[in-house]
Design a protein around this ligand. Structure first.
Ligand code: F6R
Length: 602
């Protein structure tokens, strides 16, 4: 939530800031702003709206400053207005800040600062920090002033400061919100995420919680909130800027849907087994698995519960990150908590992991972002290699997570000796065939687009499935809601007759997941019940199924695949149906209203 960037360069930085903000726009797009230091004074422009609106404001202006910071906002405190847009400035105009996160005790600090005659111009929590730093600057140098301010703040933050009295200096600080340093040849960056500066450098330092970084021309110093000097590690980003570009696609979402075969191939071909083998004893003794995640990642958890229970014969639960710490399940040393997150920055998932760690529970992450907060809090991380996911609606991360967790379920079953080597080999071979099968599903896009055209005006969709594909139904409905703004519900097919069937009529289509699996006959009956009440059925079915063609209004086919792996293939038509519906409704595909990727607030 919110993207921040800072840059010190030998050349003017305003274009670099704008380009960086565009690449962070997935984190929020309610307002945007930049400030540069020009001849000893701040020059700033900010506006409600998107980066494109800010660019419009800047188009006839020449900004010359070589040091600057920028922000793209997802509003929490205060409306998405120009006055609440970052950067914010101290009363004397000598300090500027951009902030991502929430300052929970801002009201208390604001009251104290008002007593000291500070004037506030916005309704935001962020503005208090710049005044706090201004106060400390009366008696301390900038690094200490920022550090002392951090110690007073509660909540979560990643922030970058600049100062008129210290040209060429940027100070960043973080607590539970991401902040990465980019070390270029002639320029240094601070940003919420790597794509912001990837076209300039691949050398990065992932700051840790409770660290403050001072960047001065080409020098960098890291201290903790108590002022103790900290070592840091320089990493090299493995992917390149093309992965974070649209490359001719109309939307990132479509590009990311089409990238799924490669994302899965990279993920399942990585030698995860050797990582797991190092702590085989840990897995041998696991007697309960608790999967925790939010949103789409929670649907991965829900589907994976079935794979783990079926293969490893271990009870598994999928718990929402936002619920976990308020109702923690029984946790002990033989419980394995698996946190699933694309970004590794989701506040509720992180809070759940912290709660599990307090109970002394072993935690594993399934994560897509190297160096993210989650990966630092858990005992072990298995990475998905989906590449950067830019579209707010998660697609390739979802199927990569599902593939990886299926692989893990097979491993756990092997460690617990609940499957034979032959079954294990068979499953691993099937996992390897997924990329080609997904390509076959992608070739169904024309019929899916026609289907979207036919129902683009309906106000409601029902999605039904059973077992692991109940999770698929929920995920299909979520995709439809979030990008097309059409109401959709995911339901257990057998539950329809307990209430929701009352909703069904010709204007309320049902997307039914009906594969040749153990619940096939039951699904056919549920579909008949809907048809008998005048409902429209869009079936996602196994290729060559003649029965379903006779009953359903539309049939989208997927290749035959084992039940455990079917969630992965099913995801693709559901994503495409939501995508084409949203396109036909003229929606903002990659940046749906009111949302942002990486939900770093609770
Ligand atoms: C929906 C979507 C969200 C995320 C959720 C968790 O398409 O992307 O529901 O899945 O915000 O995000 P991560 O996986 O980053 O923890």
């Amino acid at each position: 939530m919110c993207g921040i960037i800072g840059c010190i360069s030998k050349k003017p930085v305003s274009d670099i800031l704008i380009d960086g903000l565009k690449r962070l726009e997935y984190r929020g797009y309610d307002s945007a702003g930049i400030v540069v230091l020009e001849n000893g004074v701040f020059r700033s422009e900010k506006t409600a709206g998107k980066i494109a609106d800010l660019e419009e404001l800047l188009k006839d202006q020449v900004f010359l400053g070589n040091t600057g910071i920028g922000h793209t906002r997802w509003a929490t405190h205060g409306t998405p207005s120009t006055c609440n847009a970052h950067p914010f400035f101290s009363c004397d105009g000598s300090v500027a800040i951009v902030h991502n996160g929430i300052i929970e005790n801002y009201q208390e600090i604001r009251n104290e600062l008002i007593k000291k005659k500070h004037r506030f111009l916005s309704e935001t929590d962020s503005e208090v920090v710049v005044h706090l730093v201004e106060d400390y600057l009366k008696t301390h140098e900038p690094l200490k002033a920022v550090r002392l301010s951090c110690n007073k703040l509660e909540g979560s933050f990643a922030m970058v400061f600049m100062f008129t009295d210290y040209p060429g200096l940027l100070i960043g600080a973080r607590l539970y919100s991401p902040l990465v340093v980019g070390l270029g040849k002639k320029q240094t960056f601070l940003a919420s995420d790597v794509p912001a500066f990837l076209r300039h450098t691949k050398k990065v330092v992932y700051l840790k919680d409770k660290e403050v970084v001072q960047i001065n021309k080409c020098q960098m110093k890291v201290v903790d909130f108590r002022g103790k000097k900290k070592d840091y590690q320089i990493d090299r980003v493995k992917w390149d800027i093309q992965s974070a570009e649209k490359e001719g696609y109309a939307h990132f979402m479509l590009k990311e849907i089409e990238e799924q075969p490669e994302a899965i191939r990279r993920t399942v071909n990585y030698p995860h087994y050797s990582t797991l083998e190092r702590i085989r004893n840990k897995f041998k003794d696991v007697h309960r698995v608790v999967l925790v995640a939010c949103g789409t990642a929670w649907h991965v958890a829900l589907a994976s519960k079935y794979a783990i229970e079926e293969l490893a014969r271990v009870p598994a639960d999928a718990i929402l990150g936002s619920e976990f710490r308020y109702a923690p399940p029984p946790l002990d040393k033989n419980t394995l908590v698996i946190a699933v997150s694309q970004s590794g920055e989701t506040a509720d998932t992180l809070a759940a992991v912290r709660c599990a760690k307090e109970h002394g529970t072993f935690c594993m992450a399934i994560c897509n972002v190297v160096g993210s907060s989650l990966t630092r809090e858990v005992d072990i991380t298995l990475y998905t290699y989906a590449g950067p996911e830019i579209s707010v609606a998660s697609t390739k991360a979802y199927t990569a997570q599902l593939s990886l967790l299926t692989l893990f379920a097979v491993y756990l079953a092997k460690a617990k000796k609940t499957i034979s080597p032959k079954v294990e080999r068979g499953l691993l071979n099937q996992i390897k065939t997924l990329p080609d099968k997904i390509k076959q599903v992608l070739s169904e896009r024309d019929v899916i687009e026609k289907c979207a055209e036919a129902y683009k005006r309906v106000n409601n969709f029902m999605y039904i499935g059973r077992r692991n594909n109940l999770a698929s139904a929920c995920e299909g409905a979520l995709k439809m809601k979030e990008i097309s703004y059409t109401h959709a519900e995911g339901y257990g097919a057998g539950e329809m007759k307990h209430g929701p069937l009352a909703l069904v009529d010709g204007s309320f289509p049902t997307v039914a997941i009906v594969l040749k699996d153990r619940v096939y006959v039951k699904m056919l009956s549920n579909i008949q019940e809907i048809k008998a009440r005048g409902g429209v059925v869009i079936a996602i079915a196994t290729k060559g199924d003649k029965n379903i063609k006779r009953i359903a209004d539309w049939v989208i086919e997927i290749p035959n695949v084992s039940e455990i792996l079917s969630t992965i293939l099913i995801a693709v038509p559901l994503q495409l149906l939501a995508y084409y519906t949203a396109v036909k409704k003229g929606r903002e595909i990659d940046q749906p209203r009111n949302l942002a990727k990486s939900v770093t607030v609770e």
